[in-house]
Write a protein that binds this ligand. Structure first.
Ligand code: SF4
Length: 214
């Protein structure tokens, strides 16, 4: 079976097994969603979902957030880590978007403060329902273990996965592979024994061997 066929099989298994609507961040308003994604770097979505409730209770929209005092925003988002940088970026984003809509292209989104390809892809896929491959740590780990790619470089991962799968499936695969990484193919102890992808996974035997030794 070549890589493209394997990819199709993996896609279908995950698509069938996992929920249709996968959302990690609670906020659905486009601007609030963008801010949530920026805050989610290097922390958990659970923490972000709690912190943004306080943030948007005090600063409900981009106009309010663009007028906020940096120190106050820092204090609210402190639990998400890297709070100085994040506060600077989200207030700058609010200022940049104060009088316009959130853009719907990769090119425009990555011009916003603190917005890289991963954040932009989340917005494109989740808010605008456009084709997007979201490469975060879970996604990258899963596609590497499945030997769909052999690189940790996010842009290469994105390009190589894109070349294996039809555009209409990109976003769905981003979400299913990500959820699968969080729930089965864990960073430390992947659940290879009960994994629905085990017959398609070249890493399985190596993991099982280490376990039987331990
Ligand atoms: S067999 Fe193990 S390493 Fe391979 S995808 Fe499943 S959980 Fe991950």
């Amino acid at each position: 079976m070549d890589k493209k066929q394997r990819m199709q099989e993996i896609y279908t298994i995950l698509d069938t097994l996992l929920p249709k609507d996968i959302q990690f961040l609670d906020q659905r308003d486009p601007f609030r969603f963008l801010i949530s994604v920026i805050l989610s770097a290097q922390t958990t979505d659970r923490i972000v979902n709690v912190v943004v409730k306080d943030l948007f209770a005090k600063y409900p929209d981009k106009q309010a957030l663009s007028d906020a005092a940096l120190e106050d925003v820092e204090a609210i988002i402190y639990p998400t880590g890297y709070y100085r940088n994040k506060a600077k970026n989200i207030v700058a984003c609010a200022k940049a978007l104060r009088d316009r809509e959130l853009p719907d292209t990769m090119e425009e989104l990555v011009k916003l403060p603190g917005v890289g390809r991963k954040t932009a892809s989340c917005v494109l896929g989740d808010i605008y329902k456009k084709s997007a491959i979201i490469v975060d740590t879970h996604f990258s780990r899963v596609v590497n273990r499945l030997n769909l790619v052999d690189t940790k470089d996010p842009e290469k991962v994105e390009r190589e996965v894109a070349s294996l799968l039809e555009e209409s499936k990109h976003y769905r695969f981003s979400m299913t592979a990500n959820l699968f990484g969080r729930t089965v193919c864990h960073a430390r102890k992947p659940e290879c024994e009960d994994c629905p992808l085990s017959s398609l996974c070249p890493s399985r035997d190596a993991f099982l061997k280490t376990r039987s030794k331990g």
